[in-house]
Design a binder for this molecule. Structure first.
Ligand SMILES: CC(C)(COP(=O)(O)OP(=O)(O)OC[C@H]1O[C@@H](n2cnc3c(N)ncnc32)[C@H](O)[C@@H]1OP(=O)(O)O)[C@@H](O)C(=O)NCCC(=O)NCCS
Length: 175
């Protein structure tokens, strides 16, 4: 049975224990105002080796300013994580970024990603945000997941987040 609880600071690095393996056959591009799906093959055997080194300090900064880190555990094993930043962004400063959402390979397709997404949305509502902002990996599965959950490609990408991940698909989602 899965249990959900907030992570402590010294558990933040355990997000890299999530099984990131994934075979990707198609990737989305946002071109001339539309999502275009193109064949591109990646057989991801795990996290990019630089990802932990690069992204851990960013996650710890988020934790230290009060970001919300929620883990899904099977017994003691972390199998899914959602992170909601608490720094308001957007023209009206009413968006909070869903900073991280990953489900281990063998736990995908069973509703866990949706559950974590909904828990993050509930937290964002508590903090009085109007929308969640998502800079999403452009792989077909990830983008289709966010579209299914009602996210829309944003017309006003956050300049800093867009500069950081220009190939991502930048979504906003009413909550
Ligand atoms: C993207 C990810 C978080 C989705 O989590 P998940 O647990 O596999 O998704 P769920 O089972 O909760 O699916 C939720 C809904 O999305 C739909 N969905 C999921 N994947 C889909 C896909 N590839 N195409 C269409 N719909 C999809 C499901 O059918 C479900 O809809 P329903 O509730 O109406 O039945 C997960 O697959 C993952 O971690 N992928 C790799 C890492 C990643 O890309 N993370 C996001 C970085 S921004």
């Amino acid at each position: 049975m899965l249990t959900f609880r907030e992570l402590s600071r010294n558990e933040v690095e355990s997000v890299w224990n999530i099984d990131r393996r994934e075979v990707i056959d198609h990737v989305y591009y946002f071109e001339n105002g539309a999502l275009v799906l193109k064949p591109e093959h990646y057989d991801m055997q795990g996290w990019n080796p630089h990802e932990a080194e690069h992204y851990t300090p960013i996650l710890l900064d988020c934790f230290d300013r009060g970001g919300w880190f929620c883990g899904a555990f099977e017994d003691e094993k972390l199998v899914g994580v959602a992170v909601l930043d608490n720094k308001f962004i957007g023209r009206d400063k009413d968006q909070l970024q869903l900073k991280f959402l990953h489900v281990s390979r063998d736990y995908r397709g069973q509703g866990l990603g949706k559950k974590l997404f909904q828990m993050a949305a509930e937290k964002a509502r508590e903090l009085e945000a109007k929308q969640m902002y998502i800079s999403a990996t452009p792989s077909e599965n990830t983008v289709n997941f966010y579209l299914r959950l009602g996210a829309d490609v944003t017309k006003e990408p956050d300049p800093e987040l867009f500069a950081f991940e220009p190939e991502d698909i930048h979504f906003e989602c009413e909550i």
